[in-house]
Design a protein around this ligand. Sequence first.
Ligand SMILES: Cc1ncc(COP(=O)(O)O)c(C=O)c1O
Length: 470
Amino acid sequence: MSDKSPIDIDGTAKSTDYSFNIIPKEVKKINTKYRKIITKIPSESTVKTLELLRKHEPHSMNVELPIVWENAEGFQIFDGGGNCWIDFSSGTFVANVGHANENVCKAINGMVEQKLLHNYYFPSAIRAKLVKKLSEMIPSYLNKIFLLTTGAESTETTIKLARIFGRKKDPKKIGIISFVGSMQGKTLGALMVGGKTKEKHWIVNLDPDMHHLPFPDSDSGAEFFHESMKNLELSGVDLKSIAAFMVESFQGWGALFYPKEYIQELRKWANENDVIVIFDEVQAGFGRTGKLFAFEHYDVEPDLVCCGKGISSSLPLSAVLGKKELIDVEPSLNSTHGGNPICCAATLASLQVLESENLIQESYRKGKILENELTKIKAKYPKMIDIHGKGLLFAIHIKNTNSNQRDPLLTDKILERCMEKGVMMLRTGLGTLKIGPPLIIPDDALIEGILTISEAIDECINENNGNKEI
Ligand SMILES: Cc1ncc(COP(=O)(O)O)c(C=O)c1O
């Protein structure tokens, strides 16, 4: 396993000790077309809920921004205390067609009225409709679809399929190659194949056939791929034992894409060596990056694709898409809640909205607006700020100019300031501000959100004397 990545991406999430305050604080009142902050933050009416959660839930559940979600509609989040935020998180990149989309709600209600809340994997018409719809949207070579519930289940399933498939050719073909810093989920297999070393400290007996290549930086193409494979071989790995590559289509925490030539070379090597290529599109899929799938940016064909999050824009549903010979290699693919009828109804409605409102094209178009606005922030702080991303998925990387390393503490303070100003984002803990609004966000709300982030950055940098841009 290589631990030499060109950039430090290997950290555990939430790596700062900065704790968001839950004692209501006086903040500047805001009342614009899209944001409303009219109480102390957090709102006094929500503190009891926050306290209960802090008391009963794991500490790690309480490190996100202390805003109690009363309702979420479209691209906005409301706390029940009269405050309203522009949502730049999509609830961790789920609400692609918007929160509580009318058609998605209708489909959910319809299934409740039909009185089909659960059917295990006995046949249902709604599941048939969903797989038909999906098969019409995705490339025809991915001709089988297996429905599950969570993203981690989908990545773990592909590991299983890759190994069974590999072993049919050669019993030692069980190796899976992924990347330092990558995220495939939080269950045992997903953590082992993922590349967040610090999150695996408790596993102890790591799978010796899961390997991690350094994540390539923007100038590392085909040559870097071969160099990394050579280093893997030199570390004692028999390359004939490799069954699959697990490729997160971009690295989530930093919205970092691979150089196209790198992935094309990986695909070529995989073809030549009878190795399958899995793309983890759990975060990237369904229009997030301005294409249906982010692997399309690399002009390559995957053998298996993991989907989740934005596939439904709401209820938990995930999927493995793949070639028939790969999916049908395992006779016991099923799960108790996989393809739940209400989740299927929500997903079908969400896919229909994605198409009828041209949201993939809209994600591409709005992504250009987003990039343009972020470039202005970078121009103000060229040494402190880098931006990465595509479509409606970007990350602002915030660096300390003294150390030239990302600055998670300053980033958390900016995140908190944005919250106080009516813009909600996710905490990565790694010195990045991730921006991923619902794809339906109006242009002026998108711009208003970015201008708010820009204001928060200015304020926090000015207050943070030790890290002034020179
Ligand atoms: C790329 C990627 N893969 C897999 C997962 C795991 O999905 P879930 O949390 O639904 O298990 C995530 C979740 O953040 C993800 O971003």
